[in-house]
Design a protein around this ligand. Structure first.
Ligand code: 4GN
Length: 246
């Protein structure tokens, strides 16, 4: 996958994409990340990217031309049939695991990061395919949200996670929260690992893990459970959980 990030602050991306799984994915050519600076697409002496809002009011608004030209530069210099242009925006559709899986199917993502008080609305109206938000809060720029998208989408790409750290067991991936995991030591300062995990009975362990997943989801994210299609075994486990509560 090719990811183009349109940002006034390309240096911000050097750290987060230079480590661990994302670094490995880039090294293996599964992921190619590039930044484009809209300031390089201003043609005035002072390379101005923002201006005061029409209609008055406080703050500055980012001008449309640098964004249109930057995206035009990307789309005309790379042949790609299957791309998506995305604006990082507090008012966009909320990012979730399903959206990350969907975004992972594109060959190219163009992520647009804004700053200041806002971006000229023609960018979201006529340049982007969709606006995405990583949550109901406002940040000083779209850079951190773009990093979140890159990270979450990259680990959905085939080959990025090793088979041992596959996404299958992730929270949200299968619609439930993850079951708790433990490693050595068996006992730390009196805190013990659940006995069943040491039993070697794999069928029992699978059942226990599924039950813990259901229990965690019920207790912490009942909204997820409402949308979830419970199988026959899940219904039995859930009945057990509710009985144990009473
Ligand atoms: C996205 C962008 C939060 C999000 C942002 C989010 C930059 N803050 N929740 N800030 O995903 C005005 C112009 C704020 C750009 C925008």
């Amino acid at each position: 996958m090719q990811i183009e990030i349109v940002t006034l602050f390309p240096e911000m991306f050097e750290g987060p994409f230079g480590h661990s799984i994302i670094k490995r994915a880039r090294g293996n050519n599964l992921l190619n990340i590039n930044t484009v600076n809209p300031r390089d697409f201003t043609y005035d002496k002072h390379r101005i990217v923002d201006d005061t809002p029409f209609g008055g009011g406080a703050g500055m608004v980012m001008k449309p031309e640098p964004f249109f030209r930057a995206v035009d530069h990307i789309t005309t210099s790379s042949v790609c049939e299957n791309r998506r242009v995305i604006l990082m925006c507090p008012g966009g559709a909320r990012l979730d695991q399903k959206k990350c899986q969907e975004l992972a199917t594109y060959d190219q993502l163009i992520l647009i990061c804004g700053h200041y008080e806002g971006i000229d609305a023609r960018v979201s109206q006529f340049l982007v395919d969709e606006a995405i938000s990583i949550g109901d809060y406002v940040l000083t720029g779209g850079e951190l949200p773009a990093m979140v998208i890159v990270d979450a989408v990259a680990r959905m790409l085939p080959g990025v996670l090793g088979s041992h750290d596959s996404a299958k067991h992730d929270s949200f991936y299968n619609g439930l929260l993850e079951y708790p995991q433990y490693t050595r030591p068996r006992e730390y300062e009196g805190y013990e690992v659940p006995e069943i995990l040491l039993s070697g009975d794999h069928a029992k362990i699978e059942r226990w893990r599924r039950k813990q997943s259901l229990k965690n989801t019920l207790e912490r994210r009942p909204d997820l459970l409402e949308k979830f299609q419970l199988g026959a075994e899940d219904q039995k486990l859930l009945a057990e959980i509710l009985a144990e509560r009473a």
